[in-house]
Design a protein around this ligand. Structure first.
Ligand code: BEZ
Length: 221
């Protein structure tokens, strides 16, 4: 199990681009690791297809992509062809590698085992996990979905935008925030001298408690 802020394990794994050491794979980029229960399954195929379509968006944000599924590399290679056909991709290769976790060592280490889902041999499968890792190799965000619920990768891009904004600026992003939208001033920022920190201005929304904590500011540059 990896907690937010922990250094992500520097595991070694077999993938569709050969053996990798995870930190070397990440390099100086951000990284998204997204796991899947199994190859040749319908929901996973729609998710991996969406990741092909959104790869330019991840690239624009400096995020390297890597998938994981419990089957072996030859199975990943065969399944990749179906995914490419499903999204009518012009390339004959997926724009990201897929890790093979046949032993489930990574599933156990990273807390991704889904006890509700088993393969034909009775071995547990991985859930739909998402890990966003920063260039410092620390875990910035994680989500776990069960096998029966596909993820929304547009939402994942949205949270990456928030992570990349809030690591540099003294703001947090409210519910449903989108790039360019109003942000919230961090509670730790004192009201005194706030105009120097937020030259675009701060609006305080009055509330019955009289506490000035709903402080909105335009998204900082
Ligand atoms: C799927 O990807 O469609 C799936 C995989 C395992 C269990 C349920 C659905």
């Amino acid at each position: 199990m990896v907690n937010l802020g922990d250094t992500f394990p520097n595991f070694e794994a077999d993938t569709t681009i050969g053996k990798i050491k995870f930190h070397d794979f990440i390099g100086d980029s951000w990284c998204i690791l997204f796991s899947h229960p199994a190859d040749y399954t319908p929901v996973c195929t729609t998710e991996l297809g969406k990741c092909v379509e959104l790869e330019p968006e991840f690239k624009k944000r400096g995020v390297k992509m890597i998938a994981l599924s419990c089957d072996d590399v030859p199975s990943h290679e065969g399944w990749s062809k179906d995914i490419i056909e499903y999204v009518k991709c012009s390339s004959d290769k997926l724009p990201y590698p897929i890790i093979s976790d046949k032993s489930r060592d990574l599933a156990v280490k990273l807390g991704m085992v889904d006890p509700a889902e088993k393969d034909n041999a009775g071995l547990p499968l991985t859930c739909r996990a998402v890990f966003i890792i920063g260039p410092d190799k620390k875990l910035k965000l994680s989500m776990l979905y069960p096998a029966t619920t596909g993820r929304n990768f547009a939402e994942i891009l949205r949270v990456i935008d928030s992570l990349q904004l809030t690591m540099n600026k003294k703001v947090a992003t409210p519910e449903g925030w989108q790039q360019g939208g109003k942000c919230m001033v961090l509670p730790s920022i004192p009201q005194e001298g706030i105009e120097k920190v937020f030259p675009k201005g701060v609006t305080v929304q009055p509330v019955p408690s009289g506490k000035a904590y709903l402080r909105f500011t335009p998204q900082p540059e």
